[in-house]
Design a protein around this ligand. Structure first.
Ligand code: OSB
Ligand code: MG
Length: 378
C-alpha cells in the first residue's frame, strides 16, 4: 500500500549523536568497531507526529566513503533543505527528491527517506512493514561473527550461535584468517548453514585460493573483491562454484541490474542504508524477485531503532535467506528501544504489529547517551 492518501510535511528535524559501546569489539577485514557512534534523527510532521530513524554510517570510511561526520554535515546542509516544509503525497517520492543533482551520501539520505516512510506509517496507523508490502510475521535470523584470533575461538562462537537458534552463521574472513577458519567450523558442524564475508579483502589473483572454499558447502561468499567492482566479480563467479553475494557493490537498483546482466553474483545482501533507503531497497527486491535472485537483509551494527527498519524491510516476500538482524542482546548491554529486540529458540525475530516502527524509543536513555544535537526548523 503506497498510494496512501496521507501526506507528510516535516517542520522539524533533530539530529543526535549517541555513543553506544558494543559488548565486544567487532572486527572485519576493513576495520574494527568498539564503540558505535550513531546518528539518530527525530522527524516531526506538521501535524505533530514524530518518529525516530537511524543513520548507519560508521565511524570511519572503511565500508563506504561515508562516516557519521559526513552524514551529519550532509543532512544539515543538503538533505534537510530538500525535505523540510516540502509536502510528500507518497513516500516513494522522497528518494527522487534527494537524488536530483545530488550524488552519493546514500546512508545520510536513507536515514531521512526511511524516517519519512515511518512518519507515513505512523500517520496511517499501520505497521511500517505493512506499508512496505511485507508479508512475513517473523524474520529468520543469522549472526555475523567478527574475525577471531584462532579457529578454535571461531568454532566456539559458531557453536554458541547455533545453540541459540541462529539459522545462518556468517564468518568474516581475510587473508590469513580464511580457509583454515571456515574449515574448522565446517568440520565441527557438518550440516550448519554457513557463509563467509570478505569485505573486499581479495583480488582476482586470489581466485584459486578462494576456490578452496568450494568444498566447504557454503551458502555463499559475500563481497570478496573491491567495494565498487562488478566486472571482476563476474570473472570470479565463473571460477567459483560457491554463489557470490554482493554487498558493498550494490548501491542502487541500477547496480543490481548490472550484477544480473554481468552475472557478477547470484544473491544480494540488501542494506537499506547503503542504497539510499526503502524506495531503492524495494526496487532491488522486486527486480531480484523477477530474476529469481534471492535477497536477504544485512546489518550495520544498528541500535534498536535501525533494527526496526531492517526487520520491516525483511518482511517482504523475496527476503528468503536469514537476515543479519540479531537481537539487541547480541550487541548492547541495554538497547535504546522498548521492548528490546529478541529472538526465539528457532532463530526468529517477530515483526512488530503496532503502527509505525513498532517499538518505543527510550528518550531518557538517548538523552543520557547524547554527545551532540542540532535542531533544524522549517
Ligand atoms: O559487511 O555485512 C557487513 C557490519 C559493519 C559493516 C559491514 C558489515 C557488518 C556486519 C554486521 O556484517 C552485521 C550485523 O549488524 O549484525
Ligand atoms: Mg558484508
Amino acid at each position: 500500500m503506497t498510494g496512501t492518501t496521507n501526506e507528510v510535511r516535516l517542520n522539524r528535524l533533530t539530529l543526535r549523536e549517541i555513543g553506544l559501546p558494543l559488548k565486544e569489539p567487532f572486527r572485519i577485514s576493513s576495520g574494527v568497531c568498539t564503540d558505535r557512534r550513531i546518528m539518530l534523527l527525530e522527524l516531526r510532521d506538521t501535524d505533530g507526529t514524530t518518529t525516530w530513524s537511524e543513520c548507519v554510517a560508521g565511524e570511519a570510511p572503511n565500508y563506504t566513503s561515508e562516516t557519521i561526520d559526513t552524514a551529519w554535515i550532509t543532512t544539515v546542509e543538503y538533505i534537510a533543505p530538500r525535505v523540510l516544509n516540502t509536502t510528500f503525497t507518497n513516500p516513494e517520492h522522497v528518494h527522487p527528491a534527494l537524488q536530483h543533482n545530488f550524488r552519493g551520501h546514500e546512508m545520510a539520505k536513507a536515514a531521512v527517506e526511511m524516517g519519512i516512510w515511518a512518519v507515513f506509517a505512523e500517520k496511517a496507523r499501520v505497521p511500517l512493514a505493512k506499508l512496505l508490502g511485507g508479508t512475513r510475521a517473523e524474520i529468520a535470523t543469522g549472526i555475523s561473527l567478527g574475525i577471531q584470533d584462532s579457529p578454535a575461538a571461531l568454532v566456539e562462537r559458531a557453536g554458541r550461535a547455533l545453540a541459540q537458534g541462529y539459522q545462518k552463521v556468517k564468518i568474516k574472513i581475510e587473508p590469513g584468517h580464511d580457509i583454515e577458519y571456515v574449515r574448522a567450523v565446517r568440520e565441527k558442524f557438518p550440516q550448519a548453514p554457513l557463509m563467509a564475508d570478505a569485505n573486499n579483502a581479495y583480488t582476482l589473483a586470489d581466485a584459486a585460493h578462494l576456490a578452496q572454499l568450494d568444498s566447504l558447502g557454503l551458502m555463499m561468499i559475500e563481497q570478496p573483491l573491491a567495494h565498487d567492482d562488478l566486472v571482476r566479480h563476474a570473472e570470479l563467479q565463473r571460477i567459483l562454484r560457491t554463489p557470490i553475494c554482493l554487498d558493498e557493490s550494490i548501491t542502487s537498483v541500477d547496480r543490481a541490474e548490472d550484477m544480473i546482466t554481468l552475472q557478477s553474483g547470484r544473491i544480494i545482501n540488501i542494506k537499506p542504508g547503503r542504497v539510499g533507503g526503502f524506495q531503492q531497497s524495494r526496487a532491488i527486491h522486486d527486480l531480484c524477485m523477477r530474476n529469481v535472485i534471492p535477497v536477504w537483509c544485512g546489518g550495520m551494527l544498528e541500535s534498536g531503532v535501525g533494527r526496526a527498519y531492517n526487520v520491516a524491510l525483511a518482511s517482504l516476500p523475496n527476503f528468503t535467506k536469514p537476515g543479519d538482524v540479531s537481537p539487541s542482546a547480541r550487541y548492547w548491554t541495554r538497547d535504546i528501544v522498548t521492548p528490546e529486540w529478541t529472538m526465539d529458540a528457532n532463530g526468529m525475530v517477530r515483526v512488530p504489529d503496532g503502527p509505525g516502527i513498532g517499538v518505543a524509543v527510550d528518550v531518557n536513555r538517548i538523552d543520557d547517551l547524547t554527545v551532540r544535537t542540532q535542531t533544524l526548523l522549517a
